[in-house]
Design a protein. Structure first.
Lengths: 534, 360
C-alpha cells in the first residue's frame, strides 16, 4: 500500500459545505457538496462521509485534513456556545478612560465575561515599562473571579512592542488557576489596544466552539479509521495547526472568503487577478495579489465589536445561483431572497416553481444544467423577465468588479463557486474570464492548499543603520515565524510589506507590517519527486 | 448653557470632528468612547457660549500632543485634565471656568469633554483652530497675541512639566521633545486666557458646527455626502477612487500624496492631494483647487465618513470636498502661520471659493 499522500479539504459556507480530496500531484480526486444544515457540525461530518465514500477513493491515503469554517463567526453573532472569561488588562495607570468591553452590546458582555480588571503595568512604544507590573493585583483579581472563569484573557499596552508583561501575567495565571485556556493579545492582534483586546476576548470566548468543531471532525475521521494531521484555515488563507486553532480560534473567523480566493489562484496558476465567487445566495468579489487575497485597510466588526483583524477585502452583493427573480417585465426584482441549497427542488430548470437567476442563465445559453426541458412553457412564460433580470445582474456584477479594482486597466477575472455559471463571457473592465476546472469546489480546494504564514506588525525605531536595517529585521522575523508555523524554509517568501511612519515624534520610528508565507513542510504535494521515489 | 452633550450629540460631534480634521488630528473613535464612558460615569457635560462665562475667569485650551499611533495603545487615564486645571489655576491665580478644545479637528475635539465630565466643568463652544493643524503655535490664540505660556503637560502617571517659553516656536520644540519622553504622547494646555480674551481669540461655535455636520450626515435620507456638503457649503472637488498613495516621513511628520481618479461625472479627471498629517493642497493638472488654511477632507462616498490621511488606501471610493477656514486664517498673519508657504509650497494662498468655485 502506498504511504498516505492525499489531502482532504473541507469548507463550511453559508449555503453548502464542500469537501475535496487532492493527491500529491495536486489533482482533485473527488469532491462533494452537501447542503447546509441547521447544525453545521453535522454538515462537516456529512461532507467528509460523502467525499470519502466517492467510488475509487481510498480513505487510508488521506495524510492531511484542512478545515475552513464559519463556526466562530456564527457563534459570536448568535451568542451561542460561548465561554466566559476573566478579562485582564495591563496598562494602569493609563487606559482607565475606556474600560474593557465598554460600548459592547450588553448581551455579548454577559455571554463572554465574568469580570474585567485593569492593573498597573504595560509597555511604552519604545519598549520601556509604562509602569511596573502589579502581579499582586493580578492574583487578587484571579482570586475573585477565577472560580467562575472558563479562561483568562490578557492584554498589555504595547504588547506588540514587547510581550513580557503578558507572559509574566500568564505565569501568575498558571500559578493561581493551573492549566486554563489563556489568550494573550500579542499572539492575536496588532497595534490598537481596544481592537486587540476585543479580538483576544472573543478568542477566549470561542475556545469551546473550536473544541466542538475539532472534536466532530476528528470523530468523523476516526470513524473512517483515519488519524491524519489536521489544520484549520485562517483569515489570510493560510493554515494553522489544530493545536494553534484550539488556542487561537478567533483567527479562523474570516477563512471562508480567503479559501475561495486562494483556491481560484491554485486552480488557475494565476497569482494576480480579480476573483468572483458566486455562491447560492451571494457573490464575493475580491482581488488576488501575489497569490493571496488582498486585505482590507481597516479592521472589521464582528457581532458589534471592533477588532483589528485584516480580512480579505471584498465587495459582497446579494446575487447568487439561487437568487429569486420576481416582478414583471419592466419592473423586475432580483433577490435578495434566495432558494439557497433548495435550488435543485425549487428552481424552474429543476422542475420547481420559483424563477431564479440560474434559470435565466440557462435560458441565455450560459449553462446547460437541470432536467426540465428548455422549451417547456415556463421558459416562454418567464423568458422576458428572466432575460431582463440577467441583464441587471450583469450590471450589478460589473459594478462590484469595478469597485474592487485599483486601476483603470482591464484585469482578468477568475470565476469560481457553484453559481459562477451566471457570469457572462464579457464584462466591462475585465480582460478575460478564466473558468477553472473544479470551479464549484474552489473554496474546499483553497482550504486544502498547504500554505502557512508568519506575520510581524510592530513599531521599530530607526537606528543608525536606517530604514533598510529595520525592514530586514522585520522580514527575517516574519520568515522565522512562518517556519515556526510549519513552513518549509526553502519555500518561504515575503508576500506583503507595509510601513507607516509615526507622525509627531522627534525620534524616527515606523510601524512595519510584514507577512511571509511558504508551503507546509512534510506535505507530499510540495515535494513530488520525493513522494514518487518512496 | 447652549445644550447638554448627551450620547447622541457626542456621536454626531465625533463624526463632525473627523470632517473638520481635514485628514488629520487622529481618529475620534477612541475620543468618542472616552466621552461616552465619562458621561455615563459622571453625567453629561454642558456646552456653554464664551459670552456666558465671567470676563476674568479662565478658559483652558487643552488636548493630547504626540503620535496618534501611541494614543491608540496608551489611552488616557481620564484624570489628566483635572491635574492640568489645578496647576494652571495655581500658576495664574485665576479659576478655570471652562475647558476648550485647542483643536476641534480629529480626536482632540473630544478629549476635553472626558476631562470636563470628571471635574464637573463645562466645555466652551469654541476652539483654537476650527480644524486640525500639526503644530502648537498654529492656533488662533497665537494670531490674537495670547501667550502660549504658562503651559502645563502631564501624563497618566502624574508626571507634570510646566513650560515657560519665549515664543510659540520654542513651545512647540520643547513640548514635542517632552512628549516623546512621556512615552510618545501626553496631555497639555497652552494659550490659557480669560473668557473676555477668548471671545476674540478663538473660532467660535465650532463644537456646534461639528455636531451639526454629524447630525446632517446621520439624518440624511438620500446621500449623506450631499447632506454634508449642503450643511457646510463645501465645494465638491471630485468623486472618484483612490488610485495611488505615496507616504514618506521627514523630520517627524508623515508626508505624502494621494492620487484620486474621477468616476461617473468626473471620469477622466485626476486630482492629487498633498499631505502632511492633514490634507494640505489639492491639485489638478498643476492647478491648485484648494489649499491650507482652507479645509480639504476626503469622504467615503457611501457613508460620508471622513477618511484620515493614514487610512487612505488604494481603491477606496471617495468624494473630496473643500471648504473655507475661519476668516482669521485668511488675514496676512494667518496665512503666514498656516498658508501654503508655511508648509513649504511656492505659491500664494487663494480662497477656495475663488479656486474651486471657478472650476466646480
Amino acid at each position: 500500500m502506498p504511504p498516505p499522500d492525499c489531502r482532504l479539504g473541507v469548507d463550511v459556507g453559508g449555503t453548502n459545505t464542500d469537501a475535496v480530496i487532492m493527491d500529491a500531484a495536486d489533482r482533485v480526486l473527488a469532491k462533494a457538496k452537501v447542503p447546509g444544515t441547521a447544525d453545521i457540525t453535522s454538515g462537516i461530518v456529512a461532507a467528509i462521509d460523502a467525499v470519502l465514500g466517492t467510488p475509487g477513493v481510498e480513505p487510508q491515503r488521506i495524510s492531511h485534513v484542512m478545515l475552513g469554517t464559519t463556526h466562530a463567526t456564527n457563534a459570536v453573532l448568535e451568542r451561542r456556545n460561548l465561554r466566559r472569561v476573566a478579562v485582564l488588562r495591563i496598562g494602569g495607570p493609563a487606559t482607565y478612560s475606556i474600560r474593557p468591553m465598554f460600548g459592547w452590546p450588553r448581551d455579548l458582555v454577559d455571554a463572554v465575561s465574568v469580570g474585567a480588571e485593569i492593573v498597573d503595568g504595560g509597555i511604552e512604544f519604545d519598549g520601556q515599562d509604562l509602569s511596573p507590573l502589579d502581579t499582586d493585583a493580578i492574583a487578587r483579581f484571579l482570586g475573585r473571579v477565577g472560580g467562575k472563569a472558563d479562561g483568562v484573557v490578557i492584554t498589555s499596552v504595547f504588547a506588540p512592542v514587547s510581550a513580557r508583561h503578558e507572559l509574566l501575567a500568564a505565569e501568575v495565571v498558571k500559578r493561581e488557576l493551573g492549566e486554563v485556556h489563556t489568550s494573550l493579545s500579542h499572539e492575536i492582534g496588532s497595534i490598537g489596544l481596544l481592537e486587540r483586546e476585543n479580538a483576544a476576548i472573543l478568542n477566549g470566548a470561542l475556545a469551546g466552539v473550536a473544541r466542538d468543531v475539532a472534536g466532530a471532525m476528528l470523530d468523523a475521521l476516526t470513524a473512517h479509521g483515519l488519524r491524519p494531521v489536521t489544520f484549520f484555515a485562517q483569515n489570510d488563507g493560510t493554515l494553522m495547526s489544530l493545536d494553534q486553532a484550539l488556542r487561537y480560534p478567533v483567527l479562523t473567523i474570516g477563512s471562508g472568503p480567503a479559501n475561495s480566493v486562494r483556491g481560484a489562484a491554485f486552480l488557475t496558476g494565476i497569482s494576480d487577478s480579480l476573483v468572483a465567487d458566486v455562491g447560492g445566495t451571494s457573490t464575493d468579489v475580491g482581488v488576488l495579489t501575489n497569490g493571496f487575497p488582498r486585505e482590507s485597510a481597516q479592521g472589521v466588526e464582528i457581532g458589534g465589536v471592533r477588532t483589528n483583524f485584516r480580512m480579505p477585502d471584498l465587495v459582497t452583493i446579494a446575487l447568487g445561483g439561487g437568487t429569486v427573480v420576481s416582478g414583471d417585465p419592466g419592473d423586475v426584482r432580483i433577490g435578495p431572497r434566495s432558494v439557497g441549497y433548495l435550488i435543485q427542488r425549487d428552481a424552474l430548470i429543476f422542475g420547481g416553481t420559483t424563477p431564479t437567476l440560474t434559470d435565466g442563465a440557462v435560458l441565455a445559453g450560459r449553462a446547460d444544467i437541470g432536467g426540465a426541458p428548455g422549451g417547456a412553457d415556463w421558459a416562454s412564460r418567464h423568458r422576458r423577465m428572466l432575460s431582463e433580470a440577467l441583464a441587471r445582474a450583469d450590471v450589478m456584477l460589473a459594478e462590484a468588479i469595478d469597485r474592487v479594482k485599483t486601476s483603470k486597466e482591464d484585469r482578468p477575472l477568475i470565476a469560481v463557486g457553484g453559481g459562477s455559471i451566471l457570469i457572462p463571457d464579457r464584462i466591462p473592465g475585465v480582460s478575460e474570464i478564466v473558468r477553472p476546472e473544479h470551479f464549484d469546489a474552489a473554496n474546499a480546494v483553497g482550504a486544502a492548499i498547504a500554505s502557512v504564514s508568519g506575520q510581524v506588525d510592530r513599531i521599530f525605531h530607526l537606528g543608525p543603520d536606517g530604514r533598510q536595517a529595520v525592514l530586514d529585521e522585520a522580514q527575517d522575523e516574519a520568515r522565522e515565524r512562518a517556519v515556526a508555523a510549519g513552513a518549509d524554509p526553502g519555500t518561504v517568501q515575503i508576500i506583503e510589506v507595509d510601513e507607516i511612519p509615526l507622525a509627531y515624534l522627534t525620534s524616527p520610528a515606523v510601524r512595519i507590517r510584514v507577512k511571509a508565507a511558504g508551503t507546509l513542510g512534510g506535505v507530499p504535494a510540495e515535494s513530488h519527486s520525493t513522494s514518487e521515489a518512496s | 448653557m447652549k445644550r447638554l452633550l448627551d450620547p447622541d450629540s457626542l456621536r454626531a460631534l465625533a463624526r463632525g470632528c473627523a470632517v473638520l480634521g481635514a485628514g488629520g488630528g487622529g481618529d475620534p473613535y477612541l475620543g468618542l468612547l472616552q466621552a461616552l464612558q465619562a458621561t455615563e460615569d459622571f453625567g453629561p457635560v454642558p456646552l456653554v457660549d464664551l459670552d456666558e462665562l465671567p470676563d476674568d475667569s479662565l478658559v483652558m485650551p487643552c488636548g493630547a500632543i504626540g503620535a496618534p499611533t501611541v494614543s491608540v495603545e496608551k489611552i488616557e487615564n481620564g484624570d489628566e485634565g483635572g491635574r492640568l486645571r489645578e496647576h494652571l489655576e495655581d500658576l495664574t491665580g485665576r479659576r478655570v471656568a471652562a475647558l476648550m478644545a485647542a483643536e476641534i479637528g480629529g480626536a482632540n475635539g473630544l478629549l476635553p469633554i472626558t476631562w470636563a465630565a470628571q471635574i464637573g466643568l463645562p466645555v466652551a463652544d469654541a476652539d483654537g483652530m476650527g480644524r486640525a493643524f500639526p503644530e502648537v503655535p498654529q492656533v488662533t490664540m497665537h494670531l490674537a497675541g495670547i501667550s502660549p505660556s504658562p503651559a502645563v503637560m502631564t501624563d497618566e502617571r502624574g508626571n507634570l512639566v510646566i513650560f515657560q517659553t519665549v515664543s510659540g516656536h520654542w513651545m512647540e520644540r520643547l513640548e514635542r521633545a517632552a512628549a516623546v519622553e512621556f512615552g510618545g504622547s501626553a496631555s497639555s494646555t497652552e494659550f490659557s486666557m480669560t473668557a473676555a480674551q477668548a471671545r476674540g481669540a478663538t473660532v467660535r461655535d465650532s463644537v456646534s458646527l461639528a455636531i451639526r455636520i454629524g447630525e446632517a450626515v446621520s439624518r440624511a435620507q438620500e446621500s449623506p455626502v450631499d447632506a454634508l456638503i449642503a450643511e457646510l457649503g463645501a465645494f465638491r472637488l471630485i468623486i472618484g477612487k483612490v488610485l495611488d498613495v505615496e507616504r514618506r516621513t521627514t523630520s517627524g511628520f508623515a508626508r505624502g500624496s494621494v492620487v484620486i481618479e474621477g468616476l461617473g461625472v468626473d471620469t477622466g479627471r485626476l486630482i492629487r492631494l498633498e499631505l502632511q498629517n492633514e490634507n494640505l493642497v489639492a491639485l489638478e493638472r498643476g492647478h491648485v483647487l484648494a489649499s491650507v488654511p482652507d479645509l480639504i477632507t476626503v469622504l467615503d462616498s457611501e457613508t460620508a465618513g471622513a477618511i484620515a490621511t493614514e487610512r487612505i488606501a488604494y481603491g477606496q471610493r471617495v468624494t473630496v470636498i473643500a471648504f473655507g477656514c475661519d476668516p482669521v486664517w485668511r488675514t496676512g498673519e494667518g496665512i503666514a502661520v498656516a498658508g501654503p508657504r508655511a508648509f513649504g509650497y511656492e505659491f500664494d494662498y487663494l480662497p477656495v471659493e475663488e479656486l474651486a468655485g471657478a472650476t466646480a
